[in-house]
Design a protein around this ligand. Structure first.
Ligand SMILES: [Zn+2]
Length: 437
């Protein structure tokens, strides 16, 4: 009997040990502004489950920041990257200005390789939260400098070249710093085109900036700007060609902006692009037993609701939408009502009245008004043009995925990740705040 008991407990210890040891790589996918309605509405429009809706473990995540029930992306990113709450607009710092290390910085010291893949400027709030320490997310020139100087991130893919180059070299920097030169000196392979990305092999460090600013929206991106999933596939290829474990942060950056615009079509297309990128990560993880994939939002944007009344949401009608309101209004003006009405019929298959054209024309913000008008036509509601304080879902796949269930806080996520990897976030705070210009 005793022998049997001993054997069982040994087995349990072994099982526990092996399940802990299994987590080697982590892929954290963040849909910026992605709440549950964004996920579910996209699934309804697409008529299928999104890839990550098939993951076995799902939880809910509180997103509030240190100073508000409604977080911004800087405080939310900081929570996800460091395990600490901070004040809105701050990045990698506690509310009192002390810097806190990010999971990227800590894991780097333990031999991990790190990567960031986004569709915004790589200096934007969410990516910045994983490597920078500034008291204001808008200090993007400083953030760019910290990215290159710190070498915290081995592979960086996204947009924002203008923040790395001085004015006389076509950039926006006024301090004369050429961060591209510095990056090359530090061993980064710098590329700007999708065709160059395809040629990359087992590269040590990559700085891929495919646009001066953000990448173009998913619905109109073409040419030498890659789609998010193409970048993810390449990063996985590069990172898996070596022995070191890795952590990747993938962001569907523009879901948030389309939701700020109250643009249903824009949210749909950005969600589909994000889902394809997550699918690439899940396919990678499915072939192995050591890779944890997490999918969550940093907060909800828009107060999106699946119905504005009458017990229905007109999914069939949304499927016929063919343009973002941004794209549409850059081509058609409500000042020319007949053409405008014809174009609305062509790109949204909707009939609108002269009064409705007039309403868009006279609005303080034509884009928002037009987005809301389209929403009314298909019974989709928007509560706000900013963020909301609603919890967001988290989907988890791979070893340790069962840890990401229940009603979590956003600061729990990096803490659980680090625990699964066998490291602690009880790491000394960086003593001096990183000097800020
Ligand atoms: Zn955000």
């Amino acid at each position: 009997m005793l022998k049997k008991l001993l054997l069982v407990s040994l087995l349990l210890v072994l099982l526990t040990f092996s399940s802990l040891a299994q987590v080697r790589n982590v892929i954290l996918c963040i849909g910026d502004g992605m709440g549950l309605p964004h996920v579910h509405l996209t699934a309804l429009i697409e008529g299928r489950n999104l890839s990550f809706m098939n993951t076995p473990y799902v939880g809910l995540v509180k997103t509030h920041s240190y100073d508000s029930w409604v977080t911004d992306s800087a405080a939310a990113g900081t929570a996800l990257a460091t395990g600490f709450k901070t004040t809105n607009v701050m990045i990698g710092m506690l509310p009192d200005g002390r810097s806190v290390p990010t999971i990227f910085e800590i894991l780097k010291q333990y031999g991990y390789r790190t990567a960031i893949v986004v569709t915004c400027r790589v200096t934007h709030a969410t990516p910045a939260a994983f490597y920078a320490h500034v008291d204001d997310r808008n200090k993007e020139f400083e953030i760019a400098k910290q990215l290159i100087e710190s070498e915290t991130v081995d592979i960086v893919m996204g947009g924002g070249m203008a923040y790395f180059l001085p004015k006389d070299k076509g950039g926006k920097r006024e301090d004369g710093l050429d961060l591209i030169e510095l990056a090359k000196k530090k061993g980064y392979t710098v590329i700007t085109k999708k065709s160059e990305m395809k040629e990359l092999k087992d590269t040590e460090k990559v700085l891929a900036l495919f646009a001066a600013d953000h990448l173009t929206p998913a619905s109109t991106r073409s040419g030498e700007q890659p789609m998010l999933y193409e970048m993810v596939e390449k990063v996985l290829e590069i990172l898996s060609s070596r022995d070191e474990p890795f952590i990747i942060m993938i962001e569907g950056s523009q879901i948030d902006w389309e939701a700020h615009d109250n643009d249903i079509y824009g949210v749909w297309k950005e969600m589909v692009e994000f889902d394809k990128a997550v699918e690439a990560a899940l396919k990678f993880a499915l072939k192995r037993t050591d890779t944890l994939v997490l999918v969550t939002g940093d907060h909800e944007t828009g107060g999106l609701s699946l119905s504005s009344g009458d017990y229905r949401v007109d999914v069939e009608k949304i499927r016929k939408f063919r343009a973002t309101t941004d794209w549409f209004l850059s081509r058609f003006s409500p000042a020319k009502p007949d053409e405008f009405k014809r174009a609305v019929k062509e790109y949204y298959d909707l009939d609108i009245t002269d009064q409705e054209v007039e309403r868009v024309k006279n609005a303080k913000n034509q884009k928002i008004e037009f987005g809301r008008l389209l929403g009314e036509k298909v019974n989709v509601g928007w509560a706000t043009t900013t963020h909301t304080g609603e919890p967001v879902p988290i989907f988890a796949f791979g070893p340790g995925a069962e840890q990401f269930t229940g009603y979590l806080d956003n600061t729990d996520i990096p803490r659980i990740v680090m625990k699964l990897l066998g490291y602690s976030l009880q790491y000394p705070l960086l003593k001096e705040p990183v000097p800020v210009k």
